[in-house]
Design a protein around this ligand. Structure first.
Ligand SMILES: Cc1cc2nc3c(=O)[nH]c(=O)nc-3n(C[C@H](O)[C@H](O)[C@H](O)COP(=O)(O)O)c2cc1C
Length: 318
């Protein structure tokens, strides 16, 4: 089985990816959160840093683009090729309102003719091989049949399926029966994504879909950064390992970001997911959330690590 780290804008930036790959090696790919190629400069400051080869040295990364413009996609792909990238991913799954209303991400699934024109052009002209990350549709999973018919016309490197429709956002049960349709006679490899939060959950999925050989993990892997190793080797993350991972991340954010507020913002976002490792840590979680100064934050984190038991069986839950 291959394991991919899902792109998560605001969470899995280059620094996070680097620290994660150092402490928990063994993932097959890290997807870079979406880049939006623009008129003129194509990629701006933040995006430029995300794809800077120096920021990603030694880590198997795949850049992702969010656009409905073939010319911008192609310009972005050309620049990525110049930087040495071997593949680019197209985002057809982002459910954020601001993205969807501009006809990008999952919003493109609502405009089949526009989507077809985009795919025709980028697959004909892209200097890089393309993979696609998609949802099942907008409101009904039945929409996936037509989408699959369309996708099958293109020589993508793989199709990554988040098994929900736009209207589900990230909630409600994943639609694995519908995901199964993508496997029937697929001309390319299909990667599953959605709600795999524990080693046991991954095991159950693998038993149900033995023909699937690649999984993309997002919130479950942020929640438990050692999840893939636990699944592969039966060795769950220890308190010491998690602490070392956390401390290095904190240190690097302090060096990279300006101001404690910024650092706290990134760390608190992480704890939104990682707190699942401490099912009895409600009090400390609140102290982490409320911390306004770095010292208060560090104190709360120390309490958590010293006083609460670490458990990986529960996993991230919404
Ligand atoms: C905060 C956040 C940011 C995300 N950013 C991206 C992104 O940049 N590109 C993308 O394709 N998906 C993005 N996603 C979706 C995830 O990649 C993934 O598909 C989703 O979390 C479902 O997988 P999971 O159940 O394993 O978390 C994001 C999700 C979240 C919660």
């Amino acid at each position: 089985m291959k394991y991919y780290f899902a792109p998560m804008e605001g969470v899995t930036g280059s620094l996070y990816r680097r620290v994660h790959a150092t402490h928990f090696p063994g993932l097959d790919r890290y997807f870079i959160p979406f880049l939006e190629p623009r008129e003129g400069k194509c990629f701006d400051g933040r995006d430029k840093r995300e794809i800077d080869p120096a920021e990603n040295r030694g880590i198997p990364v795949v850049p992702q683009m969010l656009t409905n413009r073939a010319d911008r996609f192609l310009e972005g792909a050309r620049r990525l090729a110049e930087l040495g990238y071997g593949e680019v991913n197209l985002n057809l799954g982002c459910p954020a309102r601001t993205v969807v209303t501009r006809g990008k991400g999952c919003g493109l699934l609502e405009r089949p003719e526009e989507l077809e024109r985009l795919l025709d052009e980028i697959f004909a002209k892209s200097p890089l091989p393309i993979s696609v990350k998609t949802r099942l549709g907008i409101s009904e999973e039945e929409e996936f049949d037509d989408l699959l018919k369309l996708y099958r016309r293109y020589p993508m490197t793989e199709l990554i399926v988040h098994a929900r429709v736009l209207d589900d956002q990230y909630k409600g049960p994943v639609r694995q029966d519908c995901f199964a349709r993508s496997l029937e006679g697929a001309p390319w490899p299909v990667c599953y994504n959605g709600d795999l939060f524990t080693a046991r959950g991954i095991e159950a999925f693998a038993q149900r879909f033995p023909q699937t050989d690649r999984l993309m993990l997002g919130r479950g892997l942020i929640g438990n950064p050692g999840l893939v190793r636990e699944r592969k080797e039966g060795r769950p993350v220890t308190r010491q390992e998690l602490r070392a991972f956390h401390d290095q991340l904190l240190e690097e954010y302090r060096i990279r970001l300006s101001g404690d507020r910024n650092v706290l913002c990134w760390m608190k976002e992480l704890w939104f997911y990682m707190i699942c490792l401490f099912p009895d840590g409600g009090k400390e979680a609140k102290a982490i959330r409320k911390a306004q100064r770095l010292e208060d934050y560090q104190l709360a984190v120390s309490w958590l690590f010293e006083q609460r038991e670490l458990k990986t069986e529960v996993g991230y839950h919404r």
